[in-house]
Design a protein around this ligand. Structure first.
Ligand code: NAD
Length: 479
């Protein structure tokens, strides 16, 4: 599909049918490796969004009454069809968003677990019996689906986010309108084909492609949308949270990060180095939970910088289909400009480039900065590229204080053999997630995934979405 001869035009998936944009307009989706045309996609309008929300609302009444065994079967079929269409999904992850093969494989495998875990939720939508002070009153709670769920996903892990959020919503009896990133619409269109093939009833899952800035508000402010789950930048998350607050629409926001890794002097650097590299360079640093700040205890600092720089220089930047390639192209010119600016600003203000700093086509070399100070943009803002800063610390306490000196609070990590310090860190870091002796990049289907502060509100995962995407109803019976 990335070849000029068979470039496609993607259409919306609404009420079980494929549809052009109401206006007939399309937009271009580019292959980030060389900015060649990957495909065209329907440029959704407010009218298209209206139709999609209408379809999801109409489908909700019958769908909420489907049996757990039906929803479970549909979702297990989604996983089976994903496996059958693995090659196509991998190609899409590689050519639409520039995933290196190993990241595409990781994402595909992780996504399968997300879908299967969602299937397991269907039989576990439970309330409880509640003691009553009223004589002869039997009191209970039941968990009910909310209705129409708006799912808004980013470009960087489109299959993971789609699999988790769409399937969790469907498992619980909700219907969905999905606005995928304008840089990754094909992946969601493929997912819609899979959902349809699995037999999920028409109107239960709807995809509208388009530019978020043009049609996002039509979705999030729609009176028939009962829940919004947004993953993306903190800037747009702020805008969406204001809309949701005004309309009293519940939401979860999974936003950006500036995740710290603290490395104490008692660790074996041979063990830490590959994990440090994985923490920031995977998919060219375009990971919300990537570690863009390393705080290293002074006795190890020089050695760490030297060894990390050597590792960075060897990270694979070859063909995206080569299993050894790690570094991805930065997705768009706008995002490349941000990464360039962060590096240039740091260098202009006195930072040292310990590794990388240059570009090969649309790929930024794995870049490590030292001598980074507070007035540099890279110190506090999300770079979303293969760029990390290394800071010396004189004690664990200084490391914790510096790790906490941020507006973000997504993932975090500490490497040490000292169990007391490790647990103290885990309990006192102001992040939603903490990994002891492991990289900041880690996710599983059933864990509470999410962050605090500028990194978002709420958690996602099977248990968290059970809470977020259903409502408890209290019922009594006077006996
Ligand atoms: P982005 O904020 O530019 O776009 C995300 C989505 O928002 C896209 O689908 C876009 O079309 C849509 N959008 C744009 N304007 C909108 C509006 N007014 N209303 C509704 N939707 C609108 O983010 P991106 O560049 O695609 O992704 C990168 C960002 O996502 C980074 O900040 C990264 O940290 C974050 N992210 C967070 C997580 C997490 O779980 N916390 C996971 C992945 C990515």
């Amino acid at each position: 599909m990335n070849k000029a001869t068979d470039i496609k035009t993607l259409r919306h998936f609404i009420a079980g049918d494929w549809a052009d944009a109401e206006s007939g307009a399309t937009f271009d989706v580019l292959n980030p490796l060389d900015d060649s045309l990957y495909c065209h996609a329907a440029r959704g309008t407010g009218g298209d969004m209206q139709k999609a929300v209408g379809a999801a609302k109409a489908a909700f009444a019958p769908y909420r009454n489907t049996l757990p065994k039906d929803r479970e079967l549909w979702l297990l079929r989604v996983a089976e069809i994903m496996e059958a269409r693995k090659g196509q999904l991998l190609d899409c992850l590689i050519d639409e968003i520039g995933s290196p093969f190993q990241k595409a494989m990781f994402e595909f495998e992780k996504s399968l677990t997300m879908v299967r875990a969602a299937a397991g939720m269907c039989r576990n939508v439970r309330g409880e019996t509640i003691p009553s002070d009223a004589p002869g009153k039997f009191s209970m709670s039941v968990r009910e689906p909310l209705g129409v769920v708006a799912v808004i996903t980013p470009f960087n892990v489109p299959l993971i986010k789609t699999s988790r959020l769409v399937c969790n919503a469907l498992a619980l009896g909700n219907t969905v309108v999905h606005l995928p990133s304008e840089m990754a619409p094909h992946l969601s269109v493929l997912f819609a084909e899979i959902v349809a093939e699995a037999g999920v009833p028409a109107g239960v899952y709807n995809v509208v492609t388009g530019l978020g800035a043009e049609i996002g508000d039509d979705l999030t402010s729609h009176k028939d949308v009962d829940f919004v789950t947004f993953t993306g930048s903190s800037l747009i998350g702020q805008h969406i949270s204001e809309i949701c607050a005004k309309n009293k629409t519940p939401s979860t926001l999974e936003l950006g990060g500036k995740s710290p890794t603290v490395i104490l002097a008692d660790v074996d650097l041979d063990e830490v180095m590959p994990l440090a590299a994985r923490s920031i360079f995977m998919f060219g640093g375009q990971a919300c939970i990537g570690s863009s700040r390393f705080y290293v205890e002074r006795p190890l600092y020089d050695d760490f910088v030297k060894r990390f720089s050597m590792v960075a220089g060897k990270v694979g930047m070859g063909d995206l289909r080569d299993p050894n390639t790690v570094i991805a192209p930065i997705i768009s010119e706008r995002q490349r400009a941000r990464v360039r600016n962060h590096i240039a600003d740091a260098v202009a203000k006195g930072a040292t480039v310990a590794a990388g700093g240059e570009w090969e086509g649309n790929r930024c070399q794995p870049t490590l900065l030292t001598d980074v100070s507070d007035d540099m943009t890279v110190c506090r803002s999300e770079t979303f590229g293969p760029v990390s800063s290394i800071y010396p610390i004189d004690s664990y306490e200084e490391g914790l204080a510096k790790a906490n000196d941020t507006d973000f609070g997504l993932s975090s990590a500490i490497f040490t053999k000292d169990i007391d310090k490790a647990f103290h860190f885990a309990r006192n870091i102001g992040a939603g997630m903490c990994h002891i002796n492991g990289p900041t990049i880690h996710d599983e289907a059933h864990v509470p995934f999410g962050g605090n502060g500028e990194s978002g509100v709420g958690r996602e995962g099977t248990d968290a979405d059970m809470e977020a995407m259903t409502e408890l109803k209290w019922i009594t019976v006077q006996l």
